[in-house]
Design a protein around this ligand. Sequence first.
Ligand code: AMP
Ligand code: GLY
Length: 423
Amino acid sequence: MNILLLGSGGREHALAWKLRQSSLCKNLFIAPGNAGTATVGTNINIGVNDFAAIEKAVTEHEIKLIVVGPEEPLVNGVYDHFKNNKNIIVVGPSKNGAQLEGSKAFSKHFMQRHNIPTAGYAEFTRENFEEGKQYIRNHSLPIVLKADGLAAGKGVVIAPTQEEALSTFEEMIINEQFGKASSKVVIEEFLQGIEVSVFALTDGNDYKIIGHAKDYKRIGEGDTGLNTGGMGCVTPVPFMDNAFMKKVEEKIIRPTINGLHQENIEYYGFVFFGLMNCSGEPYVIEYNCRMGDPETEVVMPRLKNDLAELFLAMHKGRLDEVNIEYDERSIATIVAVSGGYPGDYEKNKQISGLSNKQPADSIIFHAGTKLEADSVLTNGGRVLAVTSYGNSITEAVERSKEVLSGLSFEGMNYRKDIGYEFR
Ligand code: AMP
Ligand code: GLY
């Protein structure tokens, strides 16, 4: 069958790389894609939120399966747009289901209704702003403030003092820092622990866990400096043993899927559980309605199953018949970013070294890149994600570092300590 993948980041290159290996995949199209996806399929220059243009491409290229990479088209209802066309399978939740990511207040209410462990919280708008200030004054430190809606990954602030929390709160609600997305703010307890991302594929009734990863979000080594989209990942994570996974499934994943089912929320797609391991007990920090980036760049290489077959099993309600198989090796990815990221950065820098012969156990996934004539240029903050297999996390990380030492672009920066706690 012909497949259309929406998105243009490292996550999409990894998904495209995986779909290309499927025996069911005839032609693979990526909209809009990047220089990396162009090596495994055909890029088409359409924005992920341009549903009319996507519909046209679906007809023109006889697409049977649409795989949605980023959250925005899901929150905007791409699933619902194609729902009545029975010839097309969309991998992703309905607009309603995407609220798990699209509204922090929705997801907190959902967790409360289904007794899913998460940080205690309250929500505020302009109407009860003064009450919110009082709530902050009485809150333990640090205080976590979250803009309700999508804010391009910038909507969460961890305030170390009441003063900072109060000014952030005012900035979000009164000064509309994120527009409508911050007209409502969730204030929650700070959870102390180690973060881990767990991924499931669900049909809204049944599910299969397809992997997990530890993401390194801060720009600086030793987890210092500003938050980014993710600077690197490792999998499998040593503390994700059977005992912990059992708790994650019983306390979080099963109740979440049961909740979707009970509330008649249509959901055929990925659920990303952003978890905190608090002294051996899992709590949900956030849900996302998509795969993670750069988590996908290690989760897809670890997954042995045919991805398009998994999507068909999901569509047919047959996930229970699927047996998930993993590569036994450790896998790490390290993200090379533009100088200045996560602040302002320049684009259009020539990337050199991509045509060097690369080791067999490494894969260079493109994130923010584009093709111009015969050159590959930088086109975003996160530029490349270099993934490697190894017999240990240390070996995998060292291999990726070796590959990165042969790649360059002006201002290139990457963390050399990915996986440091496990090495
Ligand atoms: P998000 O934008 O929802 O991914 O949140 C960004 C980051 O903020 C998360 O990855 C966590 O590191 C951190 N975070 C969010 N909520 C909490 C919380 N309640 N306690 C501690 N850290 C949190
Ligand atoms: N790496 C975290 C995310 O994709 O949201």
